[in-house]
Design a protein around this ligand. Structure first.
Ligand code: BGC
Length: 528
């Protein structure tokens, strides 16, 4: 518990009354189900693109190449799935999500977080229909684009919603519910692929893609029942409603919400004074938040996690596992991902964000090095080999260790940290940047992985290992601990940080002439 914890520079105690009410728990549970659509999608595409009837129908040239490789006439195992068109199927979603997350910022700010979630759910639902019914590549890609728009809206609004609803000392746990739902979605998708692959008649892939409608319906309907966050109500000029909501969310009486309410009011006023959040986020005093909004999702994708998430079945097939065994291995990594995320849910508010990121980094580093070494030792440069069962099991085991490290660190925290470090006035804009960078990088990694595997071979895994070293050093030096700090008191954290304090202390540059004193009620401190 962070009870009694830190004291803000303003002298305010950084903990407010109120605990985990059933009301807030329900609201957070429903909102985090927005993660299901993202996760389902991540998990489904890899499996579908490894199914023969799907490849035969939509990507015949990839199918031919694969047959040749299997017959031993097509050369290197490293290259058998290298097709830009096939990768475009996977990654078109991320380009659409990138664009839509930028639009989502205005919806989230002007109408409240829940309407962005609703917009996300409904668009995703339409995308599922196109995908399940696809008769040509154009329909497939159009469906993917609609799914992407849905993901952009959901990922922009859900983490912000969760961080605003949660009591400070449980914010990590409740926000990590989003990632838990992502991993649940991935896992279900892996299981479904495993089942639909067995359907004779060649239409199993339709079921895989169409069933995405189930998580989409959950968030679409669920969002209609969600209450608005007090922060958003205040920002939109509804103080009475905001106070009532805060009492309800925290489960305390009016006197007990006063301190928190006053902080929210200050943040709400600051926010309303800012008419151009996109310009405001570029101001010098917001540099630390801007850097986090960009660096954290960038690093998350450079861990290489989606190589495993998207391509686990393809990767395992590359390693010589049979089709069924490949999908089974993906189910195993999916389960490890899910269970390990729970570790983060239950420890993040106790051990803190930094400890998880540092440990996770070390574990991922070891995992990537081991995967690279095992693959390199067997396949070398030629890429021609078959691997014995024991060896294959070893590859799966080290991949699982790597996935576990990711699942309790960069997985959930790359969504939690950006959503909790922004002041209200730039929170939707900041979160949009985070989603956009995440999607851009996801797209880049998805698009580049198969061609890179074909060229760099096992060395590719060492490249990811090098990125993990860089991001772990970044955390060590530049990421302050944010556990237990109320969301509208976050300025204190930057002011106390050895490096970032110079930016928040000196707000001379880039100011637009108005709203210079708006930083969360710490204006006085900010000027000394
Ligand atoms: C990432 C995804 C990743 C997933 C795996 C998420 O946090 O943003 O790119 O596939 O975790 O669980």
């Amino acid at each position: 518990m962070a009870g009694g914890g830190v004291v803000a520079p303003s002298g305010r105690r950084q903990d407010y009354p109120g605990g985990l009410t059933p009301f807030v728990l329900m609201a957070c549970l429903v909102a985090s189900s927005g993660g299901l659509i993202f996760g389902y999608d991540i998990g489904i595409s890899g499996g579908v693109t490894s199914m023969d009837p799907f490849l035969r129908g939509f990507f015949p040239s990839v199918y031919q190449k694969q047959l040749q490789a299997e017959a031993g006439g097509g050369g290197s195992q490293y290259c058998k799935f290298d097709s830009q068109l096939l990768t475009l199927f996977t990654s078109s979603l991320y380009v659409a999500a990138l664009a839509s997350s930028l639009m989502a910022a205005s919806v989230t700010r002007a109408f409240g977080r829940k309407w962005s979630m609703f917009a996300g759910g409904i668009t995703f639902l339409v995308g599922c229909v196109f995908n399940g019914a696809a008769v040509n590549v154009a329909m497939l890609i159009l469906g993917r684009v609609l799914l992407g728009v849905g993901v952009g809206f959901a990922n922009q609004s859900v983490p912000v919603y969760l961080s605003e609803m949660a009591p400070a000392r449980m914010r990590g746990m409740l926000n990590n519910g989003f990632q838990l739902m992502i991993t649940l979605g991935v896992f279900f998708a892996n299981l479904i692929n495993y089942g639909t692959d067995r359907i004779t008649g060649g239409w199993g892939w339709r079921l895989s893609l169409g069933l995405a409608a189930v998580p989409a319906a959950i968030i679409t309907v669920g969002s209609l029942f969600l209450p608005d966050t007090p922060n958003s109500l205040l920002e939109r000029g509804q103080p009475e409603e905001a106070r009532r909501m805060l009492r309800r969310v925290r489960g305390v009486d009016d006197a007990d919400v006063s301190a928190e309410y006053d902080d929210l009011v200050a943040a709400g006023e600051a926010s309303r004074a800012v008419s151009h959040p996109w310009r405001d986020i570029l101001r010098r005093k917001h540099r630390p938040q801007l850097v986090m909004a960009v660096a954290i999702p960038l690093f998350q994708q450079l861990t290489g996690i989606n190589v495993i998430m998207f391509y686990a079945p393809v990767l395992f097939k590359t390693l010589g596992f049979g089709g069924g065994a490949s999908l089974m291995s993906a189910v195993i990594t999916g389960l490890v991902n899910l269970v390990s995320t729970l570790v983060s849910v239950f420890t993040v508010d106790r051990v803190g964000r930094r400890a998880l990121l540092l440990e996770g980094g070390a574990q991922m580093l070891a995992g990537q090095l081991a995967v690279g070494a095992l693959i390199g030792a067997k396949f070398g440069w030629s890429g021609v080999a078959t691997i014995p069962t024991g060896y294959a099991v070893a590859v799966v085991v080290v991949m699982c260790a790597y996935v576990a490290g990711f699942a309790w660190s960069w997985g959930p925290l790359a969504w939690l940290v950006p959503s909790e470090v922004m002041p209200l006035e730039i929170r939707p804009a900041g979160q949009s940047i985070t989603v956009a960078v995440n999607m851009l990088m996801t797209f880049g990694v998805a698009q580049a992985f198969l061609p890179l595997l074909c060229r760099l071979k096992f060395v590719l895994f060492f490249a990811f290992a090098a990125f993990v070293v860089v991001m772990t050093l970044f955390v060590a030096f530049f990421l302050p601990e944010t556990k237990g700090v109320p969301i509208e008191d976050m300025a204190a954290v930057w002011k106390a940080h050895w490096y970032w304090k110079r930016f928040v202390d000196d707000d001379g540059e880039g100011a637009d002439g108005q709203g210079g004193d708006i930083e969360m009620g710490f204006a006085g401190d900010a000027k000394n």
